[in-house]
Write a protein that binds this ligand. Structure first.
Ligand code: MN
Length: 261
């Protein structure tokens, strides 16, 4: 049997399970909030055009109001000043949009310390147990933060000093960008950087180094607890917004049933 025919048969008979890593998109979807004087994105909103009424008796449809960086979304290199000459979201090669994933679980650490930072040594320790990070794949960073995604306040977790959410250290961000074989980083939080990363040097190092290296980000993922540490295949195609810096994205993971977690 051909590879694709066998693959389709496995999807039908459940040998390959499809897991949705995407947060539902609604007006309640939490969005990033930057302090003054920075600009901010709008919440997601539907604007009804007609609903089986005199504006359109037989049909229902909406306009959508959204930012590029709303809910589960894809960050393109051009999103950051360091990647300004890189790909916009419509230019990301489609071959990158289906890729293997490594899942690193730091839920316990993030529960104990909301400002927890992933370090190079954490990744190297994971590699000793699970093998190397996938060449051309995603590092999916699980922190348990998806459990907070139902409310803006708990998701952003801000106090008078700013937000407190887990992220990546400056050194680890540089290493992932310049030395690791991955094409990008996926997280459960509102952005790929830690909540406190505004005060790091450089600020927002994950964005700065990863996009500067032409790599990508995926945010506000969920259900990472249902993925094995290695072996999942991630399908993450953003909308081809011409000139866009990012896009809401439906992220699916394909997992072979019976595969050890
Ligand atoms: Mn973003």
């Amino acid at each position: 049997m051909s590879v694709l025919r066998s693959f389709a048969a496995s999807l039908r008979d459940g040998t390959i399970e499809v897991i949705d890593l995407t947060a539902p998109l609604s007006e309640k979807t939490p969005v990033l909030q930057l302090p003054e004087p920075f600009g901010n994105t709008i919440p997601f909103r539907l604007e009804e055009i007609s609903r089986y009424d005199d504006r359109g008796p037989g049909w229902y449809w909406n306009d959508i109001h959204t930012g590029e960086h709303t809910g589960t979304h894809f960050d393109a290199p051009i999103h950051w000043a360091t990647g300004r000459d890189g790909e916009d979201v419509s230019q990301v090669p489609v071959s990158s949009l289906i890729a293997p994933a490594a899942v690193l679980d730091f839920t316990a650490e993030a529960a104990a310390d909301p400002d927890f930072l992933l370090e190079i040594d954490h990744v190297k320790e994971w590699e000793r147990a699970n093998g190397p990070l996938p060449d051309g794949g995603w590092l999916l960073y699980r922190t348990g933060w998806d459990a907070r995604a139902g409310a803006q306040e708990t998701f952003l977790n801000a106090d008078e000093n700013g937000p407190h959410t887990p992220g990546i250290s400056v050194e680890c961000a540089r290493w992932l960008a310049e030395e690791a074989p991955v094409i990008g980083l996926g997280v459960e939080t509102v952005g790929t950087d830690a909540g406190a990363a505004h005060s790091f040097d450089p600020a927002f190092p994950c964005h700065a180094f990863m996009h500067g290296a032409g790599k990508y980000g995926l945010t506000m993922l969920r259900n990472l607890d249902r993925l094995p540490a290695t072996g999942a295949l991630v399908v993450a195609p953003p909308l081809p917004i011409v000139g866009g810096s990012g896009s809401p994205v439906r992220v699916l993971a394909l997992v072979e049933r019976g595969q050890p977690k």
